[in-house]
Design a protein around this ligand. Sequence first.
Ligand code: ADP
Ligand code: MG
Length: 196
Amino acid sequence: MLTIDRMKQALRDAQVGIEEQKDTLTDLDRAIGDGDHGINMSRGFDAVSSILDEDYDSLGAISKKVGMTLMSKVGGAAGPLYGSAFVKMATKFGDATEADFNLLIEALQEGSNSIKARGKSEVGQKTMVDVWDPFLEHVKQGNDYKQQLDELVQKTEDMVATKGRASYFGENSRGTVDPGALSSSILLAAIMKEVD
Ligand code: ADP
Ligand code: MG
């Protein structure tokens, strides 16, 4: 069961994971973007960790606060996308104080749909969508999520970007892992760990 406390733990773990990969995220974004993704995500998750000491009476309430925080603090293209994902997850969680595996996956699916709608993006365009969407399909089929995440991130290396800043690199975007795919895998792994 994902409780409010376990959601807090997931977000703390995500912050640590982002911090550990901050330079990698920046290097990847320097290769096929403007080099700010590590800094953006680190700033955003620092802000998220500072709102975790507050009390929340539902998973909806904490998710909404996290979404608003990410929207205002991450910046770039990724900020509004991650932000909208959490705000959409919040509407699925509603007043629930805990979520079983199925509710969590439904909420994450709403989040993924929101990223696609806002980014006008779909699978195969070398973005974070290439982690969110196929990952949820795998998880629904009961596959080992950790291995799936690593494989999905790796698969973006060979793709050509057609959305976001990386698309300006055209064919030259091939050969670099998408930074948003990597940050998404860190976040999703941290959340999934709490429903194991
Ligand atoms: P910016 O590109 O504005 O500098 P960031 O560097 O923080 O923003 O985030 C870049 C990441 O955002 C990319 O690696 C990609 O995963 C994701 N991204 C960018 N545009 C889109 C989009 N239209 N749909 C989905 N994800 C996107
Ligand atoms: Mg960038």
